[in-house]
Design a protein around this ligand. Structure first.
Ligand code: NAD
Length: 413
């Protein structure tokens, strides 16, 4: 199923429970602007390489649009459109004063040198600089991009518009970044996993966890949860699944990641090594955390999932057909628009600090993150239980209602 179709179906399920007519639904689903640009760079060997870049700005009823930049071979307009709309509902669920956007380039970052990545980022900024800005659309890191890409982006954008670090978040801490931004999405996933397992009556020491993807989000979630005494029994990346029934040594895996090219787990031997796609359907997993790509859990593999709960650290990992099967099997799903909102929440804190020229301590960032996510979780949990809805439908309903209310107050409808 295409990514936008999946988001559209989740939206419509929630809209059924709200008094939203067909015209209002279409208006809320359609992006306000979609931009596709050519990104051509000179490679280190002097040859020319051409890629396609996108920025989709979905909705700004609640504030400037906010959303990551993804560098991945599968980036396309449909996926970017889906991710931009997820950002609108996500920022609304956690009640940040933002709308939603997303962007990216269809490129495998591992096929580029550092200098080529820098050139690619600068050419992309040349193409889109006039539609992004601290009061309009503020990018951030996503798959395949990190604080260095954010620093290049800011530097290139400022050549056109002058000093304004609030144009992008996820910057290096020494370059106007926020302490705690890098860990924020994974930490938020960990915090919310603790909350959900408490509600489900599961004890940390007796709750096994499997995490797909050991990049920014997956590795920080693994660290947080293993420190909270959960046995993390499996982790995976593009090189394989790394499994140990009694629980992996996550500190050793993190150390291995730091020492190896592209942060991969290849060569990590203190465990059994299985094929990459084995992770999702491992037996005896209590909590499954997909933290890599979208669309990985479908009707083809949903029935083989042993977990009692799924925490959607990635965007769109469970498609609507799988969602229905899992729901019928009693699996609780914490939806992406809440589960991975820690990243955009600390991005908001970074933007606030940049605008005030003031720095928060790491403790303050963590406290405010915890408070923001806890409030959002309680709100979604209560709404779901009062109305006997899934957590996803309850979260979408809260997001849609807030966006609709903002546009009504502004007099746009
Ligand atoms: P990343 O590039 O840092 O890491 C991605 C990881 O997934 C890598 O370990 C990679 O090897 C692995 N991977 C890729 N394909 C895989 C496969 N088929 N099987 C197993 N592993 C695979 O990306 P990230 O920033 O950690 O983002 C991961 C997900 O989280 C994405 O869906 C992204 O949209 C979402 N997300 C990220 C942030 C953020 O702040 N970075 C915020 C919200 C949501």
């Amino acid at each position: 199923m295409r990514a936008f179709e999946a988001t559209r179906r989740f939206f419509h399920t929630a809209a059924e429970h709200l008094d939203l007519n067909a015209q209002a639904r279409e208006a809320m689903l359609m992006a306000s602007r979609e931009v596709r640009v050519q990104v051509s760079i000179e490679r280190d060997d002097g040859s020319l390489a051409t890629f396609v870049g996108f920025r989709v700005q979905h909705d700004n009823s609640r504030g400037p649009m906010k959303g990551g930049l993804r560098y991945h071979p599968e980036v396309n307009l449909d996926e970017t459109r889906s991710l931009a709309s997820l950002m609108t509902w996500k920022t609304a669920v956690v009640n940040l004063p933002y709308g939603g956007a997303k962007g990216g380039i269809g490129v495998d970052p591992r096929s580029l040198s550092q200098r080529e990545m820098e050139r690619l980022t600068r050419v992309f900024v040349d193409q889109i600089h006039d539609i992004v800005g601290p009061d309009t659309d503020i990018p951030a890191p996503d798959m395949g991009t990190d604080h260095r890409v954010m620093a290049w982006f800011r530097n290139q954008w400022e050549k056109y518009h002058g000093f304004n670090p609030a144009v992008i978040t996820g910057k290096p801490v020494e370059e106007y970044g926020a302490k705690g931004r890098e860990e924020a999405t994974g930490r938020g996933v960990g915090t919310l996993t603790v909350k959900l397992t408490k509600r489900l009556g599961m004890k940390p020491e007796a709750t096994s966890i499997a995490i797909q993807g050991f990049g920014n989000v997956g590795s920080h979630a693994a660290k947080f949860l293993s420190e909270a005494q959960f046995p993390v029994i499996a982790i995976s990346d593009i090189t394989g699944t790394y499994y140990r029934k009694e629980g992996l040594d996550i500190a050793a895996a993190l150390h291995h990641k730091l020492q190896h090219p592209y942060g991969l787990l290849e060569g990590f031997t203190e465990c059994e090594v299985l094929p990459t796609d084995a992770l999702l359907t491992l037996p005896n997993v209590d909590i499954l955390i997909p933290a890599a790509l979208g669309g990985v859990i479908t009707e083809k593999n949903a029935k083989q999932i042993s977990a009692k709960a799924i925490i959607e650290a990635a965007n769109g990992p469970v498609d609507p057909d799988a969602d229905r099967i899992l729901h019928d099997h009693g699996v609780t799903i914490l939806p992406d628009i809440l589960a991975n909102a820690g990243g955009v929440t600390v991005s908001y804190f970074e933007w606030v600090q940049n605008r005030q020229h003031y720095r928060w301590t790491l403790d303050r960032v963590r406290q405010e993150l915890d408070r923001t996510l806890s409030e959002a979780f309680e709100h979604v949990w209560q709404n779901a239980h009062e109305r006997d809805l899934s957590l996803r439908t309850a979260a979408y309903m809260i997001g849609i209602t807030r966006v609709r209310r903002a546009s009504e107050l502004a007099g746009l409808t």
